[in-house]
Design a protein around this ligand. Structure first.
Ligand code: NIG
Ligand code: FE
Length: 428
């Protein structure tokens, strides 16, 4: 143990270490590595010790934060977002109210294609500033690592523009950003009659994307009226040959079999899965492809049926949660709201929800060894919550419970002086 630390957190009511040797499935998702009355020491941007109150005695600290009995957790990880986009789509609200389905709005040239138009028009600098604004908001909600997809360009120049914005933000913003190429997000109007030619154009971008280190993963929207399972298989196989990790927007609206495809191809994650079949769920469990569930999207699309999280967890699928932040099907950066949807609509326990937004979320984007756990030697990404216990967040919904966000050992977001919130409810 060190004699001197840069930052010392004392009087932590509940500390969720989330310590784990790998992603968690089944019953293992009930463990949050809970320590009570704990302290954490940070030096050189890393966690240098974690222990009970007494372990901090005699330690010199540059700065001490008295957490006054609050909850402290790892920084949250949001493993599925479309954070780089132009414009917004509030005009679709009236269509939604009239009951026009999401895929029909897309068929009529709206939806994703409306955002494509705005994104093509935007300058790189404008997109950068706009995405930065959204990332700032995510950070304020306690998120310290985020995946960012392209997919609102659907042409070479605009897709590259989006990926470059993500790369600049990875360099400039406190949040760690993991980039995914989603060129196959919709069929642009200029290729309406020849989707195959469009996919070839997107495939032809992969060498440059690799060379410029613009994305780690390749994703595709496998859906009715977008890309078929066969097209997706061919496309993703080529991406895999070129060294990219794979992701699929699978069985989001219609149950086409994207879940099975993700397992078959050894994708790192299969995302959405509202219509995943029993067989698909079994395959995810067998292969370890992570299920990234997005209940905020199901809610916003006005669906009654949500992904079968209970069955997935009971069958030992590794489950993660994300916002899916995007301008069409889930316009919110508020990952804490997703906790409430996960509790009420997916019937996940608080412990499962915390695992799904930390450890498992980090593994879903290839950051399992860096983010999502509070372990000595790791980068110090932590959140102090205005909450007396970890059950509190899914319960008290719609507001931001963050008190302080620490990213790489630095306080990057702070709401107000730490005040005593243990009186909000009894500890549990
Ligand atoms: O994950 N389904 C495809 N992509 C996004 C929505 C994108 C949009 O509507 O702009 C999703 O739901
Ligand atoms: Fe998405």
């Amino acid at each position: 143990m060190k004699e001197y630390v840069d930052l010392l957190l004392i009087n932590i009511g509940q500390l969720l270490t989330m310590e784990s040797v790998g992603p968690k499935a089944g019953k293992a998702m009930q463990d949050v590595g809970l320590l009570e009355d704990a302290v954490v020491g940070i030096a050189n941007r890393k966690i240098v010790f974690i222990g009970e109150r007494e372990s901090a005695s005699g330690i010199q600290a540059g700065q001490v934060i008295d957490c006054q009995g609050k909850l402290v957790s790892p920084g949250l990880v949001d493993p599925h977002t479309h954070v780089v986009f132009g414009g917004s789509r509030e005009h679709e609200m009236a269509l939604k109210q009239q009951g026009v389905p999401y895929l029909e709005i897309l068929q009529q040239g709206g939806g994703i294609l409306s955002t494509v138009e705005s994104t093509r028009e935007a300058t790189e600098d404008h997109l950068y500033e706009k995405s930065r604004f959204h990332l700032d908001r995510m950070l304020s909600y306690g998120v310290t690592t985020v995946e960012a997809k392209s997919g609102y360009g659907l042409d070479v120049d605009t897709e590259l523009k989006q990926l470059k914005v993500a790369k600049r933000l990875q360099q400039d913003h406190p949040i760690d950003l993991v980039s995914t190429f989603l060129g196959a997000h919709a069929i642009p109007h200029e290729y309406k009659e020849d989707p195959q030619a469009f996919l070839t154009e997107m495939i032809n971008m992969l060498d440059l994307i690799k060379k410029e280190n613009l994305a780690e993963f390749v994703d595709i929207f496998t859906e009715t009226g977008v890309f078929t399972v066969e097209q997706s298989r061919e496309y993703l196989k080529k991406a895999s040959e070129k060294g990219f990790g794979l992701k699929i927007h699978a069985d989001e609206i219609d149950p086409l079999g994207g879940t099975e495809l993700a397992a078959e191809l050894g994708a790192i994650s299969a995302d959405h899965l509202v219509g995943a079949s029993d067989h698909g769920i079994q395959k995810l469990a067998e292969t370890g492809t992570i299920a990234v569930l997005l209940p905020g999207t199901t809610f916003y699309l006005g669906k009654e049926t949500f992904a079968r999280a209970r069955k997935m967890i009971d069958e030992n699928v590794i489950v993660a949660l994300a916002t899916d932040f995007n301008p069409g099907s889930c316009p919110t950066e508020n990952i804490q709201l997703i906790m409430t949807f996960a509790a009420l609509k997916l019937k996940m326990t608080p412990e499962e929800i915390w695992n799904a937004m930390t450890v498992n979320a980090a593994y879903a984007i290839g950051r399992g060894e860096q983010a999502g756990q509070l372990v000595v030697g790791r980068q110090a990404d932590l959140v102090i919550w205005d909450a007396p216990n970890y059950h509190y967040l899914p319960y008290h919904y719609g507001v931001n419970h963050v008190n302080t966000v620490i990213k790489n050992g630095e306080v990057v977001s702070k709401r107000r002086e730490v005040s005593d919130t243990t009186s909000l409810s009894s500890k549990s």
